[in-house]
Ligand binder design. Structure first.
Ligand SMILES: [Zn+2]
Ligand SMILES: [Zn+2]
Length: 263
């Protein structure tokens, strides 16, 4: 059993929460305590080398580049300094895509057999929606969502508190019933990639826009803090304004890079 940082509080650090890059913007990456990442987009680059060496587990929501671009460079950066592999947890289609399209010796070396197949720097661990992993007092459950490639959300419990992250998704009836089954929900980070004017594009890309997200939030039975992520660069204020106009009674919070969510 591995050591969690902090006995009963859970700390989620936003390393990247944008739908793109540019200036300060970084793509999806959240750090839970010191040792877990949920997705590993360009936000991963905000970690210092020492912080990277402390990462023991990465949970991926899906195979898109904005959610995993940081992994190849991270493992190369810490290659000589770690003795136990970083475990990458993901659903089988996501792991297959990582092996075939990233760690294929063309885009990047296959670090799951380096420096040796017996003592690699990363290890891929299959996980299926509905399954949970226990890590030092944190319980991480994978939940199916509805994206253009197979995608999942994660629900994380620690010390009686619950945090959920939607990953990339559009309208679904898989995430909300699982969240409703939790005894409590202390914070939800949910995507809303596009503005209402781009609803057709959002549909084709299997992302939410304010209209479809508000419709799905009606399925949620918990009162919780709702943080919006994956906003399209340049449309952030517009998307937040549309959400607040459609559901003024909910205090939508916009995530910023570096923001801490403490539960
Ligand atoms: Zn995606
Ligand atoms: Zn994305």
């Amino acid at each position: 059993m591995e050591q969690a940082v902090g006995l009963d509080t859970m700390q989620i650090r936003t390393l990247g929460c944008s739908g793109g890059i540019g200036g300060e913007l970084r793509t999806t990456c959240f750090q839970v305590d010191d040792d877990i990442l949920i997705d590993a987009g360009t936000g991963l680059g905000n970690l210092s080398l020492e912080e990277m060496k402390a990462i023991r587990h990465i949970f991926l929501t899906h195979s898109h580049l904005d959610h995993l671009a940081g992994i190849p460079l991270m493992v190369d950066s810490i290659f000589g300094d770690i003795t136990e592999p970083v475990v990458v947890h993901a659903a089988p289609p996501t792991l297959r895509a990582l092996r075939e399209h990233i760690f294929n010796w063309v885009i990047w070396p296959d670090f799951s057999v380096l420096p040796t197949a017996g003592r690699p720097v990363i290890r891929f661990e299959e996980m299926h929606p509905g399954e949970s992993v226990e890590l030092g007092g944190r319980r991480i459950e994978m939940i199916e969502v509805n994206h253009v490639v197979p995608g999942v959300a994660y629900c994380i419990q620690k010390g009686g508190r619950t945090f959920a992250f939607s990953g990339d998704t559009t309208t679904n009836d898989t995430l909300w019933p699982v969240l409703n089954r939790q005894a409590r929900l202390d914070a939800l980070v949910v995507e809303c990639a596009f503005a209402d004017e781009d609803e057709e594009l959002a549909g084709k890309a299997f992302h939410y826009c304010p209209r479809t997200l508000i419709a799905d939030l009606a399925k949620l039975e918990h009162a919780t803090r709702v943080f919006i992520t994956h906003l399209k660069p340049g449309a952030e204020d517009r998307i937040l304004a549309q959400l607040r106009r459609r559901l003024p009674q909910l205090d939508f919070r916009r995530l910023a890079g570096g923001q801490l969510i403490q539960l």
